[in-house]
Design a protein. Sequence first.
Length: 489
Amino acid sequence: MAQARRPRTLRVLHVAAELYPWVKTGGLGDIVAALPPALLAQGIDARLCLPAFPAFLDAFHLTDAVRLATPFAAERVRVALATPPGSKIAAYLVDHPPFYDRSGGPYGSADGRDWPDNHRRFALLAWAAAALAGGADPNWRPDIVHAHDWHAGLAPAYLKAEAAPAAASVFTVHNLAYQGSFPAGVFPELSLPAGFYGLDGVEFYGGVSFLKAGLAYADRLTTVSPTYAREIQTPEFGEGLDGLLRLRADALTGILNGVDPTVWDPAHDDALPQPYDIETAEAGKAAAKAELRRRLHLFEGDAPVFGVVSRLSPQKGLDLLLAALPDLTAGGGQLALLGSGDRDLETGFAEAAAAQRGTVGVEIAYDETLARLVIAGADCIVVPSRFEPCGLTQMYALRYGTLPLVRRTGGLVDTVVDATPARLRDKTATGFMFEPATAEALAATIEWASAQYRNRASWRQMMRQAMTRDFSWAQSARQYAALYREVVG
Ligand code: ADP
Ligand code: GLC
């Protein structure tokens, strides 16, 4: 009798520029750390391919290495196999010190300027991923290369440049606004076939777009929420790429990010003065709120604290919050903001804090520990984004019993249930939403949330509802696993 054939374990190589906790500029780092282990739990053999930034080389245990002749360096480039501490996911580190051994961020110098050779730095990363698919490591060869954001966008192109692609490819858009755009003159340095520079290739408004390469050449496209997947097919959110995305609509899926419970759990969070679960949330959050107020010099009392943990970029809509700040404080609220980025917003919030000491607390910084204290100690987390592919802070907030106040866009729509009278009655509400991107609409919703805050029974019910929402990775990982099986047939 013929034996039933067991499905072969699929091997998937995730190509990315960030990995929490070593290299992170935003949500991408969190996701690249959480998704591969979640895939492993679904029976997918996942590995990572990363640039060998010093933070990785310092922390990881290197086990093996191959050396590859590449189009990007005269000498052979080492690709080292490594294990991140505490992880079951092996990582290939593409180790070319002239490209990656720099102090500053993964994409630019400490003063915020992009590295001038980013096209070569990230072309090498993508090229190495394609080489691994082609068998550069004789012991492990991926069936699928899964590339994240523009940094890895050329990987599907290098695969497609071969007559018979060595692996299938999936490209995930975490943010369509960051495109990896370079002048046309860099194209010859990328070592792609000449025909790839064209309307249906990497050419975009007379230049080269790494993001477009991913969108054009990957077998499947995903983005990080179902709503954003629909939005990016419209001119309003498409960043000039909506036409291509509509053309590829059949290949595009929105899969919502999850929350890593080993990283974000109020019951096991060392940053909190008194960790808490759903039963002890009131006391635990009161302790966190008191500590947060001490940290940011806010008055004690029964005022609701509106918290923000965010990059200060036009995407995040925090200019609306700055404009609505007089209404927020006039309504009896306090602001606790942690963020950095746009200089004007940094100055604007710092000046507001100086003018309203005790009511507006601002820390212009990137600080993982304070981020947790804000998320636990605030009553509401404000995310007034103009667009938001998924958004993680509102999901972390829900888990911590902190109610999100968000704009009705992208992943915020898919993760927060607005406290309309009907949703309050049926007890499914978990937060507050406003729609027009105006300070007035935001101020009105802050007022509505402040009124709700004073209705303690209803607020407690919303907190409970928020804390029981399931954002585990298992569900998302199952969707990725199904997509992988489909793409390899
Ligand atoms: P994005 O990736 O667009 O910045 P997300 O909500 O997906 O937005 O993820 C942001 C991540 O970065 C979260 O983990 C958040 O806690 C963290 N973060 C943002 N700003 C800061 C900050 N100033 N200090 C510490 N963590 C921050
Ligand atoms: C991007 C998006 C954010 C998303 C994150 C992780 O940085 O701006 O919305 O949560 O990627 O996917």
